[in-house]
Design a protein around this ligand. Structure first.
Ligand SMILES: Cc1cc2nc3c(=O)[nH]c(=O)nc-3n(C[C@H](O)[C@H](O)[C@H](O)COP(=O)(O)OP(=O)(O)OC[C@H]3O[C@@H](n4cnc5c(N)ncnc54)[C@H](O)[C@@H]3O)c2cc1C
Length: 311
């Protein structure tokens, strides 16, 4: 229950314009500023250097240009243009071609058709250059529309696109079958948003148990599933299940967030597992950062220490 309270508080704080202004001023200001633990850089150029360092450790990556809840079509068009530039920089840099994006960044809140058009403008060069594109999952009002857009794109032969399902939602077991039946790739997460009892498990133990059920289903029936969690017990359960089923270590991958459990990221790589790091960047980092604080209020100590050091 404390988990739910912390999530609710941090989601409320993430809407505070004053806090956002303050954090934006200090969070990434210097090499050692507090947001840098979770955000790789403010520009794509800065992020490429971080990406190279991740790859040099044998880790895989996916880049996320942060930005969500865009409220105007102009804003969505600007995000689309910036994404197209980012694709070019990634191609030129030679790092792995794998991105994660959120539909509300492309105008989903304003107009669904425009959002899909914007997405297609990105998918066309992405497909040509061999990118894999993961559509992140936002909170539950967006679940159905996100899956519908994924299915539309899939029917149009955009098979380089995958989705995310959240074990906290009751519907995810049916959704896992729905996406798997089409051949789509799923990233499984617990869920970063505070959701109501009508749609989601409230107890962490229920969310974890649902995760294990979904993880086993995806290892058995899914298409190259991504087990995205920092939970060591679940990771060991996945390894045991894969071994029991005789799955090769490259039949699935683990994923973790930039700056979180780097020790575990390295040890899984050393054990021969595929480990992908989710690398967020850009100057719209505040909501993402607040979700990370809400997941683990102990992170606040770390932020306060960094602020005091800078002061
Ligand atoms: C690659 C990736 C992509 C994701 N994409 C999405 C998405 O599209 N939609 C979505 O809703 N959610 C997404 N998430 C977030 C996810 O839903 C969870 O909120 C987040 O991963 C924390 O849950 P956990 O599985 O690590 O388990 P938890 O039980 O929350 O944590 C397990 C352990 O991990 C460590 N840990 C977890 N979070 C933190 C943190 N913030 N700081 C420090 N340590 C921490 C702690 O040691 C903790 O004990 C993604 C997560 C990952 C790893």
């Amino acid at each position: 229950m404390l988990d739910a309270a912390a999530k609710t508080l941090f989601h409320a704080l993430s809407r505070s314009a004053a806090l956002k202004r303050l954090a934006s001023r200090y969070g990434m200001a210097s090499e050692r500023s507090f947001a840098r633990r979770f955000i790789a850089g403010e520009s794509i150029e800065e992020t490429i250097a971080a990406a190279r360092s991740i790859e040099s450790q044998g880790l895989l990556l996916t880049l996320d240009y942060l930005g969500e809840s865009v409220a105007t079509l102009d804003g969505a068009a600007a995000a689309t243009r910036e994404y197209l530039r980012i694709l070019d920089v990634i191609v030129a840099s030679g790092i792995e071609r794998n991105i994660s994006l959120k539909l509300t960044q492309f105008g989903l809140d304003v107009d669904k058709a425009t959002c899909v058009d914007n997405l297609r403008r990105i998918l066309e060069p992405a497909q040509r250059h061999g990118f894999f594109v993961r559509i992140d999952m936002e909170n539950s009002p967006y679940t159905e529309v996100t899956l519908e857009i994924f299915e539309t794109l899939w029917q149009q032969q955009h098979h380089n696109v995958g989705v995310v399902l959240q074990s906290c939602l009751y519907r995810s077991e049916a959704d896992a079958q729905r996406v798997t039946a089409r051949g789509g790739r799923i990233r499984l997460v617990k869920g970063a948003y505070q959701e109501p009892k009508s749609v989601a498990w409230q107890m962490k133990s229920d969310v974890d148990a649902a995760y294990v059920r979904l993880m086993k289903y995806l290892l058995d029936q899914g298409h190259y599933p991504a087990i995205a969690t920092h939970d060591p017990a679940i990771i060991e359960a996945a390894i045991a299940h894969a071994a029991e089923r005789g799955l090769a270590s490259d039949a699935f991958e683990f994923q973790m967030l930039y700056g979180i459990r780097r020790d575990l990221q390295k040890s899984l790589t050393a054990r021969g597992y595929r480990m992908r790091v989710y690398v967020p960047f850009g100057n719209q980092w505040f909501p993402y950062f607040m979700r990370r604080l809400g997941e683990r209020p102990a992170n606040i100590r770390f932020v306060v220490k960094s602020l005091l050091r800078e002061a």
